[in-house]
Design a protein around this ligand. Structure first.
Ligand SMILES: Cc1cc2nc3c(=O)[nH]c(=O)nc-3n(C[C@H](O)[C@H](O)[C@H](O)COP(=O)(O)O)c2cc1C
Length: 200
């Protein structure tokens, strides 16, 4: 593997900024794959809350399937696909749990309707549990609106969790209809990124 000190994270941040500028609907999200307790794969869309250094920040509920899976096996793959800039990034590495105070600070900036739904998980039924009908959910959310009439009054629930995907392996694929694709592989070894070009 060559050691030409390219930094794939800056490249990802630049691509994401371009994707945002082009109103790419995927710029704010990622696909996050985990391994279920029975060894089968699971994948879902999540908001990508931020990128800083090698850390990709994601949030979920302690009640969610993914949190239970990560507790059992920290293995994951994060996939970023931004059609407007024609870039795919696959990211692997270690998992780091976010300090609870930061999770709560970030939750305070969430939209009112999401905050109420998070309260529903805490005060009515847990995330993913069987719901009798949609009307029940809507009327419970209305009750929560009466209980917490403004955004500032909604208290953070106990089940909030956050974690960082700390990248140590990244594969970038540049797609362009007019020319041959480019595939780059980066591994973080001895405090620096090492780069290899692969057959796309
Ligand atoms: C655009 C979009 C953004 C989402 N963001 C999140 C998120 O940040 N965190 C999360 O736990 N689920 C998020 N979800 C819901 C997940 O895709 C998934 O349905 C849910 O978390 C349950 O997954 P699990 O049972 O595998 O944990 C999002 C879904 C969509 C469509």
């Amino acid at each position: 593997m060559s050691n030409n000190c390219l930094d794939p994270i800056s490249e990802i941040i630049n691509s994401r900024q371009k994707a945002f500028a082009l109103n790419d609907v995927c710029a704010n999200v990622c696909s996050f794959a985990t391994v279920a307790i029975d060894g089968t794969p699971r994948v879902r869309i999540m908001n990508l809350n931020g990128i800083s250094g090698r850390f990709f920040e994601l949030h979920c509920s302690e009640q969610s399937g993914k949190w239970q899976e990560l507790k059992h096996s920290p293995a994951y793959e994060l996939l970023l696909w931004w059609p407007c800039v024609a870039r795919q990034y696959r990211i692997r590495g270690e998992l780091e749990i976010m300090p609870q105070s930061l999770v709560e600070q970030s939750w305070l900036r969430a939209p009112y309707c999401f905050k109420l739904l998070d309260r529903f998980y805490e005060e009515y039924q847990p995330l993913g549990s069987k719901l009798q009908n949609q009307k029940l959910l809507l009327s419970s959310l209305n009750n929560l609106k009466i209980k917490y009439p403004s955004e500032q009054q909604v208290p953070p629930p106990q089940h909030l969790r956050g974690f960082y995907c700390k990248a140590d392996w990244i594969e970038s694929l540049y797609i362009d209809d007019l020319r041959v694709h480019e595939r780059h592989c980066y591994a973080y070894i001895d405090d620096q990124w090492h780069h290899e070009l692969l057959v796309p």
